[in-house]
Design a binder for this molecule. Sequence first.
Ligand code: ADP
Length: 678
Amino acid sequence: MSNSQSVLSELLRAFPQGRPQLYFKSSLTALSHAMEDQVLADSQNPLIIASFQRERFYRQEAHRYRRIADRSRQVYVLAAPETDFKNNSDRYETIAFDPQDALSQEWHLVVIGQQYASCLICRERPTSAGDVIDNNRRFEGIWTFERSMSQKAAEILLERILSYRPELGPKIRQARRRYLVSPTLTLPTSNQDFQSNPAPFVERLVTYLQAGQYKLIKANRSLSAKEQKERLLNSVTAAIRRSLDPEEILQIAVEKLGEGLGVCRCLIYRCQEEDLDATITHEFLNPGISSLKGRAWPLRENPLFQQVLELRDAVVLDNAPQDPRVLADAFLEKPGPPLGELVASCSILSWMLVPILYRDRLLGMMELHHCGPAPLTWNQDDVALVEAVNLQVGVALIQAEAYANLQDLNEQLEALDRTRSNLVAITGHELRTPLSTIQVCLESLATEPDMAPELRQVMLNTALADAERMRKLVQDFLTLSQLESGRVEWNAEPVSLAECIDLSISHMRAHNRHQTLPRILNQAPLDLPPVQADGEWLVELLAKLLDNAIKFTGAGGQITITAAPKGEGFLEITIADNGRGIEPNRLETVFDRFYQEEGALRRSAGGTGLGLAICRQIVTGWGGEIWAESAGKNLGSQFHFTLPVAPPGAERRESKPKPEPVSAPRFRRSSRRRRPGL
Ligand code: ADP
């Protein structure tokens, strides 16, 4: 059975003068094919013994052996079984040898005919561990037309066959008699046929050698293409890993991939599954190709995008204008132009769409457009490369997103910290200062009964004013926390903006009746439509903005209130002053809680630093926007906010609120809810 003896060694023992040579796998393939063809070319009924190392090598040649079996009844094929190769007597004998047998390391082919005999007896040489390329496999052994050597090789192999399949004894004996025994009696000792005309064999050999060479070149070409793609992927990966800026990452990816694959147009857009369309943000273009950057790209009505979503995989159109998906789209009832128009207007001939996914979440899409002159067929490797790049892009985008979130979080923490120190400073200043003043005034009043009445009055007024300052701070605290907690019940209804402006001006005048105010010009047109707002909060907002404008504008200055329609269904109200202005880099910060430009302890104008934070909460409560503008220090400021116009036909509430000279203005009070505390 299993034999650890090498057939080659056995043969060399019998023919010590034999010189083994080195053969590459491709040469052995060519030689074997040429020898087999020699059998197929004549009808001498030769003996053929072929031993394959593995069943899979035999499978590639099985069809040849079926044809060879038509020429001879003495054909033996040996192989180490892997699936269904087994001992069998059909058109030819198959012998399944033990995979541990030395045969599994060897490659043999013996052909013995009437006019010729040849054998190929080789043993595989172990290759180095890193050498995995099939064509680099090497063998050493004998290839000869020497009849006696071929007969010996056949003898050794028939012996092995017999050990695996003893039932073939009679057939093998017949073979021995016919081809091996007493060669001089029945057979010529030399290859007369071959020697008289070697050309057919040589020609076949050269053809097979060239075919092997061609295969090698092809394999090398695909290897170098693979290597080039791997290098491209590495360079894209390295470049995108260097950045945490998503825009930069996407630009690098389109440029490197577009250039590397030599496409006409490579583009990326970010999108989500439900998006109606996307804006193309990053693009690589070959010269002469029109740009699509900034263009709205259809998604929901685009059958290709929908197919990508469904498959979670790339979609490739080799010939887009003729593609059935593009042609069929023209007959669908849907909004927007058919896909064919897009294909034509963007000159897309071949089209590849590859999703950028991260854990099955769609982050965007990479598209490759080939614009001609002839359509292009992208192969699996090209698609795999784009997918590999997209995988990297997906990870990089998620990392960048996480980093941005972290930065946001950091900024929020910093803002919180600022708020905390401002809170400490302001409460320290705003509560302690008036409290000390009140304490001094009350102590003086208590300890000096003989104090002059005028001085007494001054003391009382000062204590009252400072108590009011403290009340305001506490009130602002409560208002802001109420707004921020979302506990405010908005009572939006159609109200007259003009009335609210009047109310807030009256309140300001009443509140500051002891000081000279800047000139207040109300230029809001009277014929504006009613706005949809909660009147009390609207007055509160206007009053706070006016209060600031008064505080930060000298008595000689001027405050102007204007209002005009803004966009669809909104009014924009502006309170502009020509006071001390705001630095451009502070225009957003002023809306932070406790922000005060001078710092709490050096403030001259009074206030809590909560006013604008409250204003922003009120405006966002009705879906509007608020922002500040200023040309800079001492160049005045403008505070703008937007208000929704009441829907047509909505009843404006008839109310004639009366300005209350001293206390807070009241637009309308609801007992159900907490009202803003003016
Ligand atoms: P404050 O109680 O300090 O007025 P706000 O939140 O209302 O608090 O305002 C925050 C800061 O914004 C003010 O301290 C001031 O520096 C700046 N500011 C607000 N309104 C104006 C304005 N009309 N002109 C210049 N600066 C302003």
